[in-house]
Design a protein around this ligand. Structure first.
Ligand code: HAM
Length: 420
């Protein structure tokens, strides 16, 4: 018989990790809902053209796309991220602006899988469309800061930059290309290849041998138009006003091509791996128009679950939620009592578990211990004939006999739960 395993770059998120993932998304939802962001659920695959707008020269488009022709002859792709989908959705439905949405869920990139980098990975994120107000940038960044803080993370550094308007950006890219062309001997063959495709990405090089030439490269700040510079200054003022600390990092270029003006990234200083970017985002004022919609500014960010949870592990915060049951029912009379009692507990909102398959008392007691339940309710043949059950506190071992029809109310009261 063949046996199957997950394919490279994918994982099963098993219990209890999956509950932690859900808790993560719930926390994100509660933070961003307070700022008026509403949940959106997008398709996991779209017309390939939607994602080609992420940039002809980006790895995400040229190397990592999961694209295929479907049975109807449409060239589609699994989403590598959700910003383009949100903009396609805006162009399609034309909702009232500003449109503030949040999302969560899996994305797909055919990357070299490693710790913190997968081919299927989950993100949570927000997008705000319809305003170029720099204070909206601040509000969006502040949401991510608030979320990281809410998880308990303290070692996350916010890097910000401005890539200017599209004219500024292309003048900068030309200057960069010219500069690096003049320093080819100092670049690695990989960076020389990157230079041909996308000079901006050479700034991203982590190779020690290139840090000298990269650090001397032209800076975007000297190419910003007055409007873009003033926009960036207001973003910084807003962050200052909220007491949010940041590092201006003129080498921050990000991996997708749709960005203009404000860009930002959150880096963990608690992670030792190469994958220290927990999330990032920025403005993409031309993207909706590129996707056939009206000219509409937009800004947002996405946060990766994997790396952020790794950072939580490294900082010892946002631990696994407890999966403990309130009560474990032990029934040595055949299982019908446990079936009914468990149901009655669940009906009043208490979590209840039991053993299956008529196991011996000792085995059921062991299972009760393992479940971490606060109370065990024990029904043997003696108890059943007297119409009682033994209620045992698993915390202090105290036990008492309670009439069967009062067991649920008794345990609920012990747990401080009011039932009607
Ligand atoms: P991104 O920087 O490509 O931006 O991804 C954001 C985060 O997703 C990364 O910082 C990382 O935590 C996580 N991530 C990305 N790729 C992987 C992977 N292969 N495995 C695990 N985690 C990964 C975007 O996706 C933009 N859509 C963000 C944005 C929203 N910009 C504006 N709005």
């Amino acid at each position: 018989m063949p046996s199957f395993q997950t394919t490279p770059g994918t994982r099963d998120i098993l219990p209890p990790d999956a509950a932690r993932w859900r808790g993560f998304v719930e926390k994100f939802s509660s933070v961003v809902s307070l700022a008026g962001f509403q949940h959106i659920v997008l398709p996991m695959f779209e017309d390939l053209g939607v994602f080609q707008r992420l940039g002809d020269a980006t790895d995400v488009v040229t190397k990592e796309m999961y694209d295929f022709v479907d049975k109807g002859g449409r060239h589609v792709a699994l989403r590598p991220e959700q910003t383009a989908g949100v903009c396609r959705s805006y162009a399609q439905h034309r909702p009232t602006a500003p449109w503030k949405v949040w999302y969560g869920g899996p994305n797909f990139r055919y990357e070299r899988a490693q710790h913190g980098r997968y081919r299927q990975f989950d993100q949570v994120g927000v997008e705000a469309l319809g305003s170029d107000d720099p204070l909206l940038d601040v509000e969006v960044i502040a949401l991510a800061v608030e979320f990281f803080h809410g998880l308990g993370l303290r070692n996350v550094v916010l890097h910000i930059n401005s890539l200017g308007d599209s004219g500024d950006r292309s003048r900068f890219v030309d200057a960069l290309a010219q500069y690096f062309e003049g320093h080819l001997a100092e670049l690695s063959p990989e960076s020389v290849a990157t230079l041909q495709r996308n000079p901006l990405r050479v700034l991203d090089s982590k190779r020690e041998s290139e840090q000298g030439v990269v650090s001397q490269a032209p800076s975007i700040s000297s190419f910003l138009s007055d409007e873009a510079a003033s926009h960036f200054a207001q973003v910084k003022q807003g962050l200052d006003a909220l007491g949010i600390s940041y590092v201006v990092n003129e080498r921050l270029v990000r991996g997708l091509d749709y960005y203009c003006r404000t860009t930002f990234e959150f880096q963990s200083t608690a992670l030792e791996s190469a994958q220290t970017a927990l999330g990032g985002g920025g403005r993409y004022d031309g993207l909706v128009e590129d996707l056939g919609g009206p000219a509409t500014p937009g800004i947002g960010f996405a946060i990766g679950l994997d790396r952020t949870l790794l950072a939580c592990d490294a900082e010892n915060v946002f631990a696994h939620p407890s999966a403990r049951a309130d009560v474990f029912v032990i029934d040595t009379t055949g299982g019908m009592q446990a079936l009914q009692l468990c149901q009655q507990f669940r009906n009043v909102g208490l979590s209840s578990e039991r053993s299956y398959g008529a196991r011996a008392m000792k085995a059921q007691m062991k299972a009760a211990d393992k479940s971490g339940a606060s109370f065990a309710v024990i029904i043997g043949s003696d108890e059943l004939s007297q119409g009682v059950a033994t209620v045992k506190s698993m915390v202090d071992g105290n036990q008492e006999e309670i009439a069967l029809d009062s067991v649920v109310g008794h345990v609920a009261a012990q747990l401080g739960k009011v039932i009607s």
